[in-house]
Design a protein around this ligand. Structure first.
Ligand SMILES: [Zn+2]
Ligand SMILES: [Zn+2]
Length: 310
């Protein structure tokens, strides 16, 4: 009975970004849209699993009325993926001391070295319990079986991993979900990752930039990964940012704006697809690209608070 809730679907600083007058942020503001930092909640009957816990955790847990967190998976050491861990304190505070047991927080050794510097006190106070995991080695948490796998997200996130999570399907049997985290590549992609029911894929840009300094995934490169991963069901895009340049936008000079290498184009046309700003534009652009290039996989642009039943 696996339910997925997209608590947040935005990049490291959320979108629209504060003080940003770029075309993407302006379009989102005009539509009243926002994307908080990317975080996913999985529920299997009564059991819950939080994947990444960023700076918006309090508001995300509040607005989705999350009653308990049984465990947390941390993909990597960047602020937008772990700095909300202290927000879990409230789940201990509302219970008598003898009832609460520390929430397991699963992370690789390299990631723990960074996260522990900030949050050792949460472990000392019995709020969380760090549990080290190894890429390529299954572990079990309640009804979930979890397979962490190495992702390349650059030298500032050496311990970065994605997670494949197996839970139960509403109609019976098992369902597998793949969460890729922030990444530019999956080195030596394990064959276990092929054929999952659901894939959750970072899509920081629409177009791959000339220089992928932050080691993020673009939708342009994600297409190749979707073809290799061969999901049986939908792929959901998350971790969207505002770093694509929109032609003619005076805000293109900003440090965060990346020049595309060879932007996605409709076949036989010279002009690239327009850069999407709001939710509807994103979904329409993705659908159009898949149609134009004869790609039969279903891709949904996730939005905050979307819930999906598997
Ligand atoms: Zn991130
Ligand atoms: Zn990151």
């Amino acid at each position: 009975m696996m339910d997925i809730t997209f608590l947040g679907t935005g990049g490291a600083w959320g979108v629209p970004e504060i003080n940003c007058d770029c075309a993407i942020c302006r379009e989102m503001r005009a539509k009243g849209e926002r994307r908080d930092r990317t975080s996913i909640l999985l529920a299997d009957n009564d059991a819950t699993l939080l994947i990444d816990c960023g700076p918006d955790a309090r508001e995300q847990l509040r607005r989705n009325k999350v009653k308990k967190i049984d465990a947390v998976l941390i993909s990597h050491e960047h602020n937008d993926h772990y700095i909300g861990l202290d927000e879990l304190f409230v789940y201990k505070r509302v219970l008598p001391n003898e009832v609460f047991s520390p929430i397991p927080v699963y992370l690789t050794h390299e990631t723990r070295l960074v996260v522990e510097v900030r949050f050792a006190y949460l472990e000392e106070l019995g709020v969380i319990k760090f549990k080290e995991i190894e890429p390529g080695q299954w572990f079990r948490q309640g009804p979930f079986r979890i397979f962490p796998f190495k992702t390349d997200h650059g030298t500032f996130a050496k311990g970065s991993v994605g997670f494949m999570v197996q839970g139960t399907r509403h109609s019976g049997g098992n369902a597998r979900l793949l969460y890729t985290s922030d990444f530019a590549e999956i080195p030596d992609m394990p064959t276990e990752l092929v054929g999952c029911d659901i894939v959750i894929m970072q899509s920081f840009w629409l177009n791959e930039p000339v220089d992928n300094r932050p080691k993020h995934m673009s939708f342009q490169n994600a297409i190749g990964y979707i073809k290799r991963l061969k999901p049986r069901g939908e792929t959901f895009l998350v971790h969207m940012g505002d770093a694509d340049r929109v032609p003619g936008d005076p805000a293109n000079h900003m440090a965060k704006k990346y020049e595309p290498k060879s932007p996605l184009k409709p076949p036989l046309e010279k002009d690239p697809y327009p850069i999407p700003g709001n939710q509807v534009q994103w979904q329409n652009t993705v659908d159009q690209i898949l149609r134009d290039h004869d790609i039969s996989y279903a891709v949904t642009v996730a939005q905050d608070n979307l819930t999906v039943r598997i």
